[in-house]
Design a binder for this molecule. Structure first.
Ligand SMILES: Nc1ncnc2c1ncn2[C@@H]1O[C@H](COP(=O)(O)OP(=O)(O)OP(=O)(O)O)[C@@H](O)[C@H]1O
Ligand SMILES: [Mg+2]
Length: 227
């Protein structure tokens, strides 16, 4: 489970996160909504250890991330976190399969097991027949699904997805969010999805709105919009 307390992040004189707290249980999915510039990506980057908070604590499975040195934090990130970036970060000269299998290579999983797992993961996101395609041959939505396959393939205990449905049509967006929520339940992974999609409100266990550097219940606003 993920536990955040009193998180503060400032850029210069601007306070982006202002004492934010959040708990996400293993197996549950939280959707975070909020206006552009509210600090959603900043929050995910802090949780992933890609940026340092000015104040506050982030605990993953009982261990405090800011107490770890850089090497230990990199290990936690590799083993326990799956990240779908807002701008995919797909490696352009590797195929869909090679991109997906990458986290398992970094973890030293043996070749036949990692191939089977990566292929099954690509099937789960609907790209089983595009495994050998290069990124330039894939559509925006297909690339996004490769990014999701790569984020889930090592069965992380924490999944962070920054607008994973931004380039998808509503049907594909719906199935991607269903997949993330199902993965959370099946793999006991705490999952945080930043999204503007109405479908998120239906798949997530909780919807929270980030505004003024804090999180508040966002379910009402989301369901009101969906009506
Ligand atoms: N490295 C940085 N230096 C200075 N300001 C930054 C930096 N990174 C982000 N910001 C600012 O912090 C604020 C929050 O940015 P963030 O990317 O977290 O927003 P967001 O909620 O993800 O927005 P969007 O929905 O557009 O992706 C923005 O005003 C942004 O310009
Ligand atoms: Mg963002």
């Amino acid at each position: 489970m993920l536990l955040i307390r009193g998180l503060v992040k400032r850029y210069g004189a601007r306070t982006i996160l202002d004492g934010l707290s959040l708990a996400v249980q293993a197996g549950s999915t939280v959707a975070i909504v909020g206006e552009s510039g509210a600090g959603k990506s900043t929050l995910l980057n802090l949780i992933a250890g890609l940026e340092e908070p000015d104040e506050g604590r982030i605990e993953l499975a009982g261990s405090e991330l800011s107490a770890l040195d850089d090497d230990a934090r990199t290990l936690v990130r590799r083993r326990s976190i799956g990240f779908v970036f807002q701008a995919f970060h797909i490696v352009p000269h590797l195929t869909a399969f090679e991109n997906t299998v990458l986290p398992l290579v970094l973890l030293g999983i043996d070749a036949s097991e990692r191939a089977a797992r990566a292929q099954r993961m690509l099937q789960d996101v609907g790209l089983g027949d595009r495994a050998d395609a290069m990124p330039r041959e894939l559509s925006g939505g297909e690339l996004q699904r490769v990014a999701i396959a790569r984020a889930l393939v090592h069965r992380p205990s924490l999944v962070l997805a920054d607008e994973p449905t931004g380039n998808l049509d509503p049907d594909t967006a719906y199935s991607v969010l269903a997949l993330l929520a199902a993965n959370a339940r099946a793999g006991d992974a705490a999952t945080i999805v930043v999204t503007h999609s109405e479908a998120a409100a239906r798949h997530a266990d909780r919807v929270l709105r980030l505004a003024h550097g804090q999180l508040a219940d966002g379910r009402e606003a989301a369901t009101a919009r969906a009506r």
